[in-house]
Design a protein around this ligand. Structure first.
Ligand code: 6PG
Length: 245
């Protein structure tokens, strides 16, 4: 990648409602794709799971963009079969297909769904390295993130030391059965921080405390979304009145 980015102050957009938030996210992704293909001949976008961004993905897929030069990847995936209702790949593919059937089938790179989680993490990392042709961090052109009420982002959950993993692109996240969380694969903090654009979509009063804490000083392992404070690209928070406080 030519030159390092210089972190600029985070931007905050407060949407009137979920529809406007979805439109904002779709537009930010669309512009990033056009810029990337225009300037570099290819666009690589990483999409987070969860429920909030799905309607934005439908809108994004319906845009007239240079899709043949665009590759979509997952920010994280649960350790379930790709057809399982808890699979991010399944949910994202369904949302994209509502916008464009052909796109969902052709442009989404699934993480491997292998029984051995560490092997799956290594295999997904190899796919990303071949996609980017790099030996260090992968530089996505755009990346979407959500945030949990506990301050996790991607599948970097608090208290597991995951934000300290800096020599990998993909980390295996162990099952947290007391929390009802299955094992997962997740992009690591350096990959999130290297993206040219990160859009964090957080809606509702239930996210307000986590959003505020993520943008305040403190330990990353206590609140992993704080990793975005070290982002080197553009960071845009798409919020609503509830989450913006
Ligand atoms: C996942 C996501 C996760 C999500 C947040 C917010 O796999 O669950 O990557 O980080 O973005 O938990 O989820 P909601 O959008 O459903 O609130």
């Amino acid at each position: 990648m030519n030159g390092a980015f210089h972190a600029s102050p985070h931007e905050v957009l407060v949407a009137r409602d979920a529809d406007e938030a979805a439109a904002l996210l779709a537009e930010l992704l669309g512009r990033a794709v056009v810029d990337a293909v225009t300037q570099r001949g290819a666009a690589r976008v990483a999409l987070s799971g969860g429920t909030t961004p799905l309607s934005a993905y439908e809108r994004f897929a319906s845009l007239r963009l240079p899709w043949s030069a665009t590759t979509l990847c997952l920010v994280d995936e649960r350790a379930v079969p790709p057809t399982h209702p808890r699979s991010n790949a399944a949910a994202i593919r369904t949302a994209l297909a509502r916008g464009s059937e052909s796109l969902a089938a052709s442009r989404l790179v699934d993480p491997p769904h292998e029984a051995n989680l560490e092997a799956a993490a290594r295999a997904y990392e190899a796919r990303l390295r071949s996609l980017f042709g790099v030996t260090e961090a992968a530089h996505f052109d755009a990346l979407t993130l959500g945030i949990g009420a506990d301050g996790h982002t991607a599948s970097l959950f608090p208290g597991l030391g995951l934000t300290g993993v800096e020599d990998r692109l993909v980390v295996a996240v162990p099952e947290q059965s007391p929390l009802g969380l299955e094992a997962r694969l997740s992009l690591t903090a350096p990959v999130l921080q290297a993206s040219r654009l990160v859009v964090v979509l957080a809606l509702g009063a239930g996210k307000r405390a986590a959003v505020a804490a993520a943008r305040a000083p403190g330990e990353l392992d206590v609140l992993p979304a704080r990793a975005l404070q070290r982002a080197r690209g553009r960071v845009v928070w798409v919020l609503d009145e509830g989450s913006a406080g």
